[in-house]
Design a protein around this ligand. Structure first.
Ligand code: SAH
Length: 248
C-alpha cells in the first residue's frame, strides 16, 4: 500500500508537505495553547513534522497515520532525531475510516481531506476520535482570488472552480456544519514557494541520479513546466490554512 510514486519522488526531501513553514506550525501550536500531555491524532501525517515539533516544543503525545511508507519512515527518524520517539507514534496505513481507540484532545487532518471525501466527511471522521470539548484541525486550500475561468482553475490543478471556496465562504461552511472556528493560521506565498519550489531541486537531483527510471520522462516534463505553471496559477490564486474547530 502506498501513494503514487511520483509524490514520494517529488516530496522526498520535504519535512512539511504543504505550504506551512516551521514557524507556522509553531504559531499554530501556541495559538491552540497546547499543554503537556495533550493527545493529538493526525490523519495524513506525512513526514511527521507537526507532531514531532509539537512533542518537542509543547510536550504533546501523538499518533500519525500516513499511507506513504517513505514519509512514515522519515517521521519515525525525525521523532528519534528530536528525542520524542516515546511521545509520538507513526503508523503506515490508510487513514480513511481510522478512528482511535482512545479519544484525543486534538484530531487533525492537515492537507489530506480527500481521505474522507472532503472537508465535511473529514470533520465527521475526526469527530469520532475526539474527546468532548476537543479541537478539530483542518488544513485546506481556498481561493485567494476566485479564478475568472475554469481554465485558470485547472492551471491551479483544481478540477473546477467549485473544488475550493473563497476564505469567508470556507469559514462560513464550518459554521453551517455546526462548528465554531476558534483559531486559524494561514500560509503565505513564501510558504507556498517552500512547498512547491523545493520540489524542483528534488526533481532535478533525482533526474540526474536516475535518468533511466520509468518515471524519468514524467519527472522531466514536470520539472520543465512546473515553475511557470506554479507562478502563473497556484501562487496567485490558491490560499491555504489550518482551521481550528469546536462543536457548537
Ligand atoms: N499533514 C502532512 C502531510 C500533508 S500531504 C504535513 O503537513 O506535512 C498529504 C499526505 O496524505 C501525504 O503524506 C500522503 O502520503 C497522505 N495520504 C494520502 N492518502 C492517504 C490515505 N488514504 N491515508 C493516509 N494518508 C494518506
Amino acid at each position: 500500500m502506498d501513494i503514487p510514486r511520483i509524490f514520494n519522488i517529488m516530496e522526498s526531501a520535504h519535512r512539511i508537505h504543504n505550504p506551512f513553514t516551521p514557524d507556522k506550525f509553531n504559531t499554530l501550536g501556541a495559538a491552540l495553547r497546547l499543554e503537556k500531555g495533550t493527545r493529538v491524532l493526525d490523519l495524513g501525517s506525512g513526514s511527521g513534522e507537526m507532531l514531532c515539533t509539537w512533542a518537542r516544543d509543547y510536550g504533546i503525545i501523538g499518533t500519525g497515520i500516513d499511507m506513504s511508507e517513505l514519509f512514515t519512515e522519515q517521521a519515525k527518524l525525525r521523532a528519534k532525531e528530536l528525542g520524542v520517539a516515546e511521545q509520538v507514534k507513526f503508523i503506515h496505513g490508510d487513514a480513511a475510516g481510522y478512528v482511535s481507540d482512545e479519544k484525543v484532545d486534538v484530531a487533525a487532518c492537515v492537507g489530506a481531506t480527500w481521505i474522507a471525501g472532503g472537508v465535511i466527511g473529514t470533520i465527521q471522521l475526526l469527530s469520532q476520535s475526539l474527546q468532548d470539548g476537543g479541537i478539530i484541525l483542518i488544513g485546506e486550500p481556498y481561493w485567494r482570488q476566485l479564478p475568472p475561468t475554469e481554465d485558470i482553475a485547472k492551471g491551479c490543478l483544481a478540477h473546477s472552480i467549485t473544488d475550493f471556496l473563497i476564505l469567508p465562504e470556507l469559514i462560513a461552511s464550518f459554521g453551517q456544519n455546526g462548528y465554531d472556528v476558534v483559531e486559524m493560521v494561514l500560509a503565505d506565498q513564501d510558504g507556498w514557494d517552500r512547498y512547491e519550489a523545493a520540489k524542483w531541486l528534488t526533481m532535478r537531483r533525482w533526474l540526474d541520479a536516475y535518468p533511466e527510471d520509468e518515471l524519468a520522462k514524467d519527472v522531466r516534463a514536470k520539472l520543465t513546466s512546473e515553475p511557470e505553471r506554479y507562478t502563473t496559477y497556484t501562487r496567485e490564486y490558491v490560499g491555504w490554512g489550518v482551521f481550528a474547530l469546536m462543536r457548537q
